[in-house]
Write a protein that binds this ligand. Structure first.
Ligand SMILES: NC(=O)c1ccc[n+]([C@@H]2O[C@H](COP(=O)([O-])OP(=O)(O)OC[C@H]3O[C@@H](n4cnc5c(N)ncnc54)[C@H](OP(=O)(O)O)[C@@H]3O)[C@@H](O)[C@H]2O)c1
Length: 276
């Protein structure tokens, strides 16, 4: 299959390139194709004539987006519109990667694909805008919502490992719940989806629920760091600019319904990541 990947220098993009080794792929970073450039995006995608486009590029700085509203929407909404328009032209399947931050976190249980969205942050709103624009333009669409990613790039696991070397004591948020997800597992699900035609919205997160605090505790336990003292901290104490959902674990209901499968537990996926 001929596949074009946007955001190829990002965490998920790198995992996709690895996963699709042996396939015919065009992997593009922002220097190759700025997705906010409508004409260039259209020309680049249409001239390659991919069978599938995996759109992993995004403005991902959740806090900065609160003040950088224009750019967040330009990339996440209009950039997606540009990519989708090119997919329509060359009849390519499109995967749009989205986020648990499209939910408000107030439901009190894990969110499935048929639950109501209600993003609270600019990042979440701009990602939902991308979902909607993609839906307006293409039918052969997979919207894949995921959460708390870690892989090859800047992420929470790497931050904890670095701080674990520098500090004796660390305060970590213990009132936000979600599903940490290994990008290698997510890439596997995306590749499986594009091989079929079961279009729709999919949640794809490693199984199980945790807090950032317990996630950190597990990282240090698995790497044998017994010296670090972890202290729980509330979201309001941390005082970050962007509101985050308090409880936004993703239930991979569509994967269960269509493929009868679940993703492996987050602890197992983390263990493998740390062992590499
Ligand atoms: N990280 C998470 O925890 C998380 C959680 C839920 C959902 N997601 C979603 O998952 C997807 C992948 O996330 P990630 O963690 O892999 O992101 P990432 O590491 O931040 O990578 C995002 C990539 O997007 C590219 N990009 C940004 N602006 C662009 C533009 N104008 N034109 C073209 N490319 C542009 C960047 O390319 P260059 O490096 O080449 O500049 C960057 O490498 C995103 O859609 C994100 O919204 C992420």
């Amino acid at each position: 299959m001929k596949v074009l990947i946007t955001g190829a220098n990002g965490q998920l993009g790198r995992a996709l390139v690895k996963r699709l080794q042996g396939c015919q792929i065009l992997a593009l970073g922002s220097a190759d194709m700025d997705i906010t450039d409508c004409k260039k995006t259209f020309q680049t995608i249409v001239s390659y004539r991919p069978e599938a486009v995996i759109h992993a590029a995004a403005y991902t700085s959740v806090d900065a987006a609160e003040t950088d509203v224009h750019l967040a929407y330009a990339v996440n909404a209009i950039g997606t519109q540009n990519v989708a328009a090119a997919c329509l032209e060359c009849r390519a399947k499109l995967v749009y990667v989205s986020t648990d931050y499209v939910f408000d976190g107030l439901l009190g249980r894990a969110y499935h694909e048929f639950d109501q969205t209600n993003p609270q942050s600019v990042y979440g709103k701009s990602k939902l805008a991308g979902e909607r624009l993609a839906r307006h333009i293409v039918n052969r669409l997979f919207i894949v919502r995921t959460s708390w990613l870690y892989g090859d790039g800047n992420n929470f696991v790497k931050t904890m490992l670095r701080l674990g070397q520098e500090k004796e004591e660390l305060r970590v948020v213990n009132d936000q719940y979600g599903c940490p997800t290994n990008v290698a597992d997510l890439a596997g699900v995306i590749v499986q989806l594009i091989e079929g035609k079961r279009y729709g919205v999919y949640h794809a997160a490693n199984f199980g629920v945790t807090t950032w605090f317990d996630f950190a505790r597990k990282i240090f336990a698995l790497t044998g760091n017994q010296q670090i003292r972890l202290l729980p901290q509330s979201t309001s104490e941390l005082g970050r600019p962007a509101p985050r959902p308090a409880y936004s674990p993703l239930h991979n209901f569509m994967l269960e319904l269509t493929y009868g499968q679940q993703m492996r537990p987050w602890e197992e996926a983390l263990n493998e990541y740390l062992a590499i």
